[in-house]
Design a protein around this ligand. Sequence first.
Ligand code: HPA
Ligand code: ZN
Length: 330
Amino acid sequence: MHLPKAELHLHIEGTLEPELAFALAARNGVDLPYADTEELRTAYLFDDLQSFLDLYYALMAVLRTEDDFTELADAYLARAAAQGVRHAEIFFDPQAHTDRGVPIGTVIEGLGRALERSEETHGVSTQLIMCFLRDKSAESALETLEAAKPYLHRISAVGLDSAEVGHPPAAFREVYEAAGALGLRKVAHAGEEGPPSYITEALDVLGVERVDHGLRCMEDPELVERLVAERVPLTLCPLSNVRLRAVDVLEDHPLPAMMAAGLLCTVNSDDPAYFGGYAGDTFRAVQEALGLDREQLRTLARNSFEAAFLDHDEERRARYLSEVEAYAFD
Ligand code: HPA
Ligand code: ZN
């Protein structure tokens, strides 16, 4: 769907399509434990977040050089642009690369090269969000922030991702404080598989401005009331929720109830190479499965630009919002 939209919850490593994975494996002499792309695709049946993360981290072995990261980001931006994405705030997982011996500068400069020319090449403005892996230590997160200091001009925010249950946000208070002091914005995954209390903790202890997923807020009416009152954006990923079994089928997704409750919902693709759809595919899928009408779709698109970190460029936000209002559905 070409409705203009911002993508606010997108892991660049989750855009690694099987074809590119095999091409990079051949180029870099990396052995993949799958015969071909077809066999690899059969591994994309997940029981939960962890079973996905195991494959997601394993496939990253093919990403080694600056060029690899540039190619990965370029491929994503081209696909996103073709599906109406006008602005993308892109997550990356530095520790998943530095732990394999790939320097953080290789990752950031490689991604940065694609991102800095994206507006010209793809017509998509971009930002980069550096995520800490919550199943690693707080010390490792602090070391990562330190290592990223020479590259902060390329980074606009920090995030928190990976295995959620048993890894509550509060452990990362210090690194979020340090990131805030460096002028970085703050988001965190919370309430994907973890309880609603993790959402509250991300807001109160880490000071996040947006909650990634936030799905399980619906179990706590007082929390919903707070999120509505404070207009905290939620970056929902409905196709991800189905593939990782947070909801049984897309038809059961609480998105319409969340919108009706007054939550500031956005719809995003999370890890599109793994979950069966990029941004436009995701909008189309929720439209069909949940019967959203055109004005509800327009509201989701409007929300995406309102929730974007565009405070330094309100003119751009206004331009994107006017594109949403002017969009004629076909
Ligand atoms: N949740 C947590 N960690 C992740 C995800 C996700 O959806 N995608 C990539 N890393
Ligand atoms: Zn995510």
